[in-house]
Design a protein around this ligand. Sequence first.
Ligand code: ZN
Ligand code: MN
Length: 260
Amino acid sequence: MTDRVLMQELTWPEYEARVAAGAPLLVGVGATEQHGPHLPLGTDALLASELLRRAASALGGIVLPTVTYGGKSQPKSGGGETFPGTLSLDAVHLIGTIRDVLRGCVRHGARRIAILNGHLENQWYTTEAIDLALRDARAEGVHDLVVVHLTGEDAISEGLLAEMFPEGFPGFALEHAARIETSMMAHLFPDLLRADRLARDPRAVFPRAERHPHRLMPVPPSGVLSPAQGYDADYGRRLVDEMVQYIIIESRDAFSLGTA
Ligand code: ZN
Ligand code: MN
């Protein structure tokens, strides 16, 4: 048996044996999306992949290749689709991609699957894909499939948020490329953070109603929806700790893995 946790580093017999022994499969769903002038386009996918990698050993799990394209960026939560570098899937394709991945896992014999969503806009498409995959499984006579749908935002404690945002938390949508993601990147991928390029745009103010086409929405020119200033690698470490613990606890509970 190997200690490796990344599917891409396993051979098929190693993978087959571990799935047969009940290893949970862990799938990140990220995005390729502008994250201001200071964070890379792969931020959502990088963070989801790394959080799962850190949680994998405790779960005896295998991390699948991350879905690195996400649902369309929305102006109020990611700046929208007009930025160079934002590259998204039509919803029907994202739903189909996640559904296909889940179907493949079921064919491999997996019955415990965790999906970690790293991009706000993916949430309902992921929910739909899971629902369809469960229906596919039932049609094939598989009735013991459990999929746990994880989202990092649910992991963060009120105490840490209060400490990080003494001026008031702007909400997870406006936190795009802002203090939370920048802190996590400063901790996990310091070489990818352009600390000298932080935008100076104030917190975005949007109309209450969505406007189409989206160029009518007042998105800050930098693409950063709330100031990243005040980010801190130590906040990043604590955010990562809380999220990894959340992934482990919620997955164990859903999969009845106990706390051995
Ligand atoms: Zn992001
Ligand atoms: Mn995003």
